[in-house]
Write a protein that binds this ligand. Structure first.
Ligand SMILES: Cc1ncc(COP(=O)(O)O)c(C=O)c1O
Length: 394
């Protein structure tokens, strides 16, 4: 029998990083609600803060419950180095400011998550860090040069039109100038994509979504190659975006079922895609697993699953979309995603409401575009619910 070297995804998700204290025999990591720790501790314990290899001192710097989550996540991303944050935005800002200085330039994509775009276009600019943006299509065709940039920042699957960035190709081009590639892989999750294995230097997640998975906490996670870890940790210390121990505990509990949940999210979105694709009241479907999608071959190269997100337009535009949502009984109309419960939203009313209509249209976001985050309910029920809501449209 061949001996398996690396542990499987679900084994790591359950057992990775767990903090077991022999004196107590605890099976799961405890919640260390402590602001501070005895220091210097003359009876020094065997547990050292992985951010410093020193005993714990103060929870904004490091905390045992956070460490358990961070080590579990690091192993899921195939690295030793990971950190948790109080939000996805905190992970993004801490990472960018650890890599870029005044006078540096960032190359990014034009379909960024709204607040990330605001950070690049306004806040980073105010401190002398400028950004240029290319379309995902141009990024994927290799139609850019990394020369002169301190960082390339991409999202692996974009919101809400679900374009797939070619991380493999981007990292190859960036490698010619030693430019680090930072990937927001929130929509993919480490079950469907491990950006560091594809050549990225840092992988970032809004852990609020698939990682925690239950629509109950706000959290950020970052996994990195060795040289990037300490500078990002320094920024977390200074900017103060360290999560609370209870937040970290809930995230680690969610992570244990990430593999099981993602299998069901992947399956449900695929079944719903097949249903929507043949429905005559549906005008257009956006889904990375659609063989007719211009991003299909990139998805196959960069993802091991197509994820749980699907967007679509109905004939009848925004009025039809509003009526459709009103007639659904299973999904809640809410703007987040990645939880066990299905959520549905109109980006024009939520995530993209602050953009001018022309800007939205240039991004391929029609007013009637519907974004659906498939939960882990039975897909037969979700489809029956959608069918009923479609029948309500004239
Ligand atoms: C792709 C992406 N990145 C980052 C964020 C920000 O994460 P958070 O809300 O946890 O700060 C979001 C939030 O929706 C997101 O969708």
């Amino acid at each position: 029998m061949e001996i398996k070297k690396a542990r499987g995804f679900n084994t790591v998700a359950v057992h990775g990083g767990e903090l077991k204290i022999p004196e107590f025999g605890n099976v799961t990591t405890p919640v260390f609600e402590n602001s501070t720790f005895v220091y210097p501790n003359y009876n020094q314990s065997a547990y050292l803060d992985h951010t410093s290899n020193l005993p714990y001192i103060y929870s904004r710097w490091g905390n045992p419950t956070l460490q358990a989550l961070e080590l579990k996540f690091a192993e899921l991303e195939n690295t030793k180095y990971a950190l948790s944050f109080s939000s996805g935005m905190s992970a993004i800002v801490s990472t960018v400011l650890s890599i870029c200085r005044k006078g540096d330039r960032i190359l990014s994509i034009s379909d960024l998550y709204g607040q990330t775009a605001s950070f690049f276009e306004r806040d980073a600019r105010e401190i002398g860090i400028d950004s240029d943006f290319v379309s995902v299509e141009n990024l994927n065709s290799g139609n850019f040069s990394a020369n002169g940039y301190s960082m390339i920042y991409v999202e692996s699957i974009t919101n809400p039109t679900l374009k797939v960035s070619d991380i493999v190709k981007t990292a190859k081009i960036a490698g010619e100038t030693d430019t680090p590639v930072v990937v927001d892989a929130t929509f993919a999750s480490p079950y469907n994509q491990k950006p560091l294995d594809l050549g990225a230097s840092v992988s970032i997640h809004s852990g609020t979504k698939y990682l925690a998975g239950h629509s109950d906490i706000i959290l950020g996670m970052m996994a990195a190659k060795e040289g990037f870890f300490q500078p990002i940790h320094e920024k977390r210390k200074v900017l103060g975006g360290t999560p609370d121990a209870l937040q970290a505990f809930l995230a680690a509990r969610g992570l244990k079922t990430l593999g099981l949940r993602m299998q069901k999210h992947n399956r449900n979105a695929m079944e719903i895609f097949k249903f929507l694709k043949q429905e005559r009241k549906v005008r257009k479907v956006f889904y990375p697993g659609d063989p007719d999608s211009p991003f299909y071959s990139t998805a196959q190269k960069n993802l091991s699953g197509y994820g749980g997100m699907i967007s679509f337009e109905l004939h009848g535009g925004i009025e039809a979309a509003r009526l459709f949502i009103k007639h659904l009984s299973i999904p809640s109309a809410a703007p987040s995603l990645g939880g066990v419960e299905s959520l549905i939203t109109l980006p024009v009313d939520t995530s993209h409401s602050s953009l001018l209509p022309e800007k939205r249209r240039s991004m391929g976001i029609e007013d009637g575009l519907v974004r659906f985050s498939t939960g882990i309910e039975d897909h037969e029920d979700l489809i029956a619910d959608m069918q009923k809501a479609l029948e309500a449209l004239t």
